[in-house]
Design a protein around this ligand. Structure first.
Ligand code: AIR
Length: 180
């Protein structure tokens, strides 16, 4: 293994978004401690040229601000919300309660229960208020971003083509991989 790549994988450069235009995806998380995982979603959307609005807001610690952010999301031009939280992870459900936008929930891995608590808190929504819940941690962050891209691709040929290209490149990489 190349030591330099190991270092760069562990300590990526600070995220400086390059996507321009109005944010179409809101990425909200219960704490700044969720950012190292959710950064993967922000970076991926940025790679697709999709601008994001990113906030740390808690359903429990800052309930009024979280509700206000969720209520105004559609008016600010957002089309999809990605909501991440860990433990008693109610943020995605609270977002879904106050906006008709699609809400994609990402359960964060927790110290005591490894994210099973987050997953169950998020996935067990009552009928009528849906949250599309993804896998725990980084795979969920990545897939929530790709799902947001897939939603946006329905009305945007450029994004649809970019998603096709992403998947083709991913398949190519797997097929070309050489095992030791
Ligand atoms: N959290 C914050 N407010 C409500 C919840 N469920 C979650 C965060 C984070 C975890 O609590 O989303 O995953 C721990 O947060 P912290 O700030 O203590 O590191």
């Amino acid at each position: 293994m190349q030591p330099s790549s190991a270092v760069s994988e562990k300590t990526p450069a600070p995220f400086t978004p390059t996507a321009t235009g109005k944010p179409l995806v809101g990425i909200v998380m219960g704490s700044t401690s969720d950012w190292p995982v959710m950064e993967a979603a922000a970076r991926l959307l940025d790679e697709f040229g999709i601008a994001t609005e990113r906030r740390a807001l808690s359903a429990h610690r800052t309930p009024d601000a979280a509700l206000e952010w969720g209520r105004g999301a559609g008016q600010r031009g957002l089309k999809v919300i990605i909501a991440a939280a860990g433990g008693a992870a109610h943020l995605a459900g609270v977002m879904a309660a106050v906006t008709p936008l699609p809400v994609l929930g990402v359960p964060m891995e927790s110290a005591s229960l490894k994210g099973l608590d987050s997953l169950l808190s998020m996935v067990q929504m009552p009928g009528g208020i849906p949250v599309a819940t993804f896998s725990i941690g980084k795979p969920g962050a990545i897939n929530s971003a790709l799902f947001a891209v897939a939603i946006l691709a329905q009305g945007d040929e450029r994004i649809r083509k970019a998603l096709d290209d992403y998947r083709a490149a991913q398949s190519k990489k797997v097929l070309e991989a050489k095992l030791p």
